[in-house]
Write a protein that binds this ligand. Sequence first.
Ligand SMILES: [Zn+2]
Length: 293
Amino acid sequence: MSKQSKKMLSADVIAQNQEMFRCPICDGQMRMVNSQSLICINQHCFDVSKQGYVNLLSRAIKTKYDKRMFESRRAICRSGFFEPLHAIISDKIINQLRTKERFKVLDAGCGEGSQLTNIQEKIIQNTTNTPLAVGIDISKEGINNAAAEYSNAIWCIADIANCPFASHQFNFILNILSPANYSEFQRMIAADGRVIKVVPERDYLKEFRDVFYEGSQNQVYSNDNTLDHFKENFEITDVERIRYQVALDDTLIKPLLRMTPLSWGTTEERLQKVRQMNLQQITMDFTILFGKK
Ligand SMILES: [Zn+2]
């Protein structure tokens, strides 16, 4: 698809859903003008980019996530590392649907968009109900990457602490292995909506942890704080623990190391050790929290 038509297509979808947005500067209503810009009632203006995303940050923010890290994440996602996780999430969403109405899913902290895309595809395969998918991330690299690759969703650079959306908009808010902002989630979730948060568990990438944290206290892992914090904000409707192993080949070790914050603080010696371990498989271990207001 040419960049021009990609931009037009995105602008159209945004225009059809313009009432969903609110200005991140003044909270005012917004509308799409000339298939070009989202403009609020106070004239704050945010352009649709060539790639088809909108930058809705009220100020520029630098993040430590670079292009290579997002490419690594996509490679890992496409190799099926999260398939069982995505299957559970999409099943739960489908089971929760009551009407044939179009519903909205926000992925808060979507990175390069593969997880949202994959979950959306699974939903479409199994129902006649097509969700409107919206992905936001504070990283420009991540959103640029998502919009370049996928035209299934509305992609926005945005701050989860100041989301550019009106209240009670989303039937589902996903927050997968990413920081949360529960007051914003509470504001944006529909009355009967669900917040779905995925947190890593003790054995997530255990084979890496064993090397990186050898002899240090980090080996003892606890999610208690995350769970408590979630419970303070939402009534838990369901909790699922999922643990499985994924076959690993040589080509995946590097991207897997690159995408995980686990490896960023470690020494070159330990990274080398992991690369030479000839790992055949790696453990995935998550808890999925489902909550409502
Ligand atoms: Zn404004």
